[in-house]
Design a protein around this ligand. Structure first.
Ligand code: PRE
Length: 283
């Protein structure tokens, strides 16, 4: 049986994703995303499932940072899951008495307008995951706290839902990734495939005019269709970035291989994150 780390505890959104991707493997909860990366890097687990991006709030920056920082780790698959957030309290408490609302920063951000309208003066506090917030609420009936988490967390931790579907936009999806060191592609005949892509992380050599244009032209003349380009701080000083780039489709031809060689020949650092499929999960 394989060991699969995920951002836990039980009933986090990441666990819902991991259990659909790996129904027959051992799932190991971790307290944060960095621990998932470290466990994969040190070989304590075979793979991990972590969130990468949300349709309302955007990139989960810690995941992007550690994809950059841990070149031994690549992506085996992406999986997209619909996300519904509910506000929940300990059943001994009253909805009108809530003094603080706890959740993962992504969930707080995805429900910002709801909270701003209905709980304007209630403090918000970041937790390591939505499920960690729900677990805390369940263990502290004496505190007048609420958590934003999913239906499974409400069931598992015996919490009472006081507001349903509080995400600010009806369409709310999070993209998760399977990470490993095995450089494999994940396959699953049971799940719907939404597409296929490759991931690259690139760092431009030095600041000169047309630098990014030069990089993009490497893809353009080869007809390599890009579906995403995101810049993220390098942390070496303001204004220094690396880029995550997605190329649509299979990565197969010599032409594509030569793209990397050409990027390197213009002193661009390239880290290939893999060629992988994108699957659709159920909420
Ligand atoms: O907190 C959780 O339950 C998670 O699995 C993390 C996470 C995220 O980081 O994006 C996953 C899905 C939702 O977008 C909100 C939170």
């Amino acid at each position: 049986m394989m060991k699969i780390a995920f951002l836990g505890p039980q009933a986090s959104f990441t666990q819902l994703a991991a259990s659909q991707l790996f129904p027959n493997e051992e799932l190991i909860p971790k307290i944060n995303i960095l621990d998932c990366f470290n466990d994969v890097a040190h070989g304590h687990v075979d793979k991990a499932v972590v969130p990468l991006e949300n349709s309302i709030e955007g990139t989960v920056s810690m995941t992007l940072d550690y994809l950059y920082k841990t070149p031994s780790i690549t992506i085996e698959a992406e999986a997209v899951m619909p996300i519904a957030h509910h506000l929940m309290i300990h059943p001994d408490n009253n909805a009108y008495d809530i003094e603080k609302i706890y959740s993962h920063p992504q969930a707080l951000a995805q429900s910002f307008h709801f909270l701003d309208t209905h709980y304007k003066n209630v403090q918000r506090k970041d937790f390591s995951s939505t499920a960690a917030a729900a677990l805390y609420i369940s263990e502290h009936p004496e505190l007048k706290r609420a958590a934003i988490a999913n239906q499974f967390a409400a069931n598992l931790y015996n919490l009472k839902i006081i507001n349903r579907n509080i995400q600010d936009f009806e369409q709310n999806h999070t993209r998760f990734i399977i990470i490993s060191k095995q450089k494999e592609q994940y396959h699953n005949n049971q799940l719907e495939v939404l597409g296929e892509k490759s991931g690259l992380i690139i760092t431009l050599p030095d600041d000169h005019s047309g630098g990014l244009h030069q990089v993009l032209s490497v893809f353009a003349w080869r007809n390599m269709n890009l579906s995403k380009i995101e810049s993220r701080t390098l942390k070496t000083g303001l204004g220094n970035y690396f880029f995550l780039i997605n190329v649509v489709g299979k990565w197969e031809s010599v032409l594509y291989e030569n793209a990397i060689a050409e990027l390197e020949s213009i002193n661009t650092q390239v880290s290939f994150l893999g060629n992988y499929k994108e699957f659709l999960l159920e909420s």
